[in-house]
Design a protein around this ligand. Structure first.
Ligand SMILES: [Fe+2]
Ligand SMILES: [Fe+2]
Length: 241
C-alpha cells in the first residue's frame, strides 16, 4: 500500500466509525424524542382537563376505543400513532369555548351550537402549527363529518373524510352513549351497539361500524375499567386489541 492508499484507508476507517457513532446518537435521540412527543401530548391533554375535567377523561377513553377499532380494521402502525394522537386531542379546540357554553347542562340553542362547532377548526389551527401533529390536525378537523355529507365543518362525504376521522367518530359516539350526560344517565353497551348500527351509512362509515360490531362487548367493558396512559396501546408490544 503506498502513502496515498494508506491515507485513504485511514480516512475511510475514521469516517465509518464516525458514521456508526452518529447513528447510535441519532437512535438515542429519536427514542428520547418519541418519549417527549408522548409527554407533550399528555401535557396538552391535561391542560384541557384543567379547563374541563369531563372532556379530559372523555379524550382518554376515545383514544383507547379508537385504537381498538383501528387495530381491527387494521391500519398500518405509523398511521395508528397519528390516529392515537388525533383521538387524544380531538376536542382540544374546546379549550377556546366559553365556560357558559362548555359547561351548560341543557341542550344548546342555535347560536350556541354555532360556537360549539368551531372547536374542530380551533383544534386544527392549534395542532397544524406543531410539526409532529400536522397529520393529526387533518383528522381532528374532520371528526364531526357525517358519512352522508351532512356533518361539519366542511360537509365532506364518504371517503373524502380521512379514515382516522371516521374511526374517531364511532369511538366518540360510543363514549357519549356509555357516559352520564347532564340530561340522562349512561346507557348500556347493548344500546350503544344498536344505536351505532342504526346510524351506519348516515353518520358512520358502514365498514367501520362492521369492524366495531365484530369486537366482543366484554372488550369494551374491560377497556373502560382499565384505562392507563392510552399511548402505551400503540406500542408494538401491546398489539392485541
Ligand atoms: Fe368534538
Ligand atoms: Fe368528543
Amino acid at each position: 500500500m503506498n502513502e496515498v492508499e494508506k491515507e485513504n484507508a485511514e480516512f475511510t476507517r475514521v469516517l465509518m466509525s464516525e458514521v456508526q457513532q452518529k447513528t447510535a446518537q441519532l437512535t438515542d435521540a429519536l427514542d428520547l424524542l418519541t418519549q417527549s412527543y408522548d409527554d407533550t401530548l399528555e401535557a396538552l391533554g391535561s391542560a384541557l382537563s384543567v379547563r374541563d375535567e369531563d372532556t379530559g377523561a372523555h379524550s382518554q377513553r376515545v383514544t383507547a376505543y379508537t385504537i381498538s377499532i383501528a387495530k381491527t380494521v387494521p391500519v398500518p402502525l405509523p398511521y395508528l400513532t397519528v390516529l392515537a394522537r388525533a383521538a387524544f386531542l380531538h376536542d382540544i379546540g374546546k379549550m377556546a369555548i366559553p365556560d357558559k357554553i362548555l359547561r351548560k347542562a341543557g341542550p344548546f340553542d342555535d347560536a350556541e351550537k354555532v360556537i360549539m362547532r368551531t372547536h374542530c377548526e380551533i383544534g386544527y389551527n392549534m395542532l397544524t402549527r406543531i410539526p409532529f401533529l400536522r397529520d393529526a390536525a387533518d383528522i381532528v378537523l374532520a371528526h364531526h363529518e357525517f358519512f352522508d355529507g351532512t356533518g361539519y365543518p366542511r360537509g365532506l362525504r364518504g371517503e373524502q373524510i380521512p379514515l382516522g376521522a371516521r374511526i374517531i367518530f364511532v369511538a366518540n359516539a360510543l363514549d357519549d352513549i356509555l357516559s352520564d350526560r347532564p340530561y340522562r344517565n349512561a346507557l348500556p353497551m347493548s344500546h350503544a351497539r344498536k344505536e351505532i348500527r342504526r346510524c351506519a351509512g348516515t353518520q358512520f362509515d358502514p365498514k367501520i361500524v362492521e369492524e366495531f360490531l365484530s369486537i366482543p362487548e366484554n372488550h369494551w367493558i374491560q377497556l373502560r375499567a382499565n384505562l392507563g396512559s392510552p399511548f402505551r396501546l400503540t406500542h408494538p408490544r401491546n398489539m392485541a386489541h
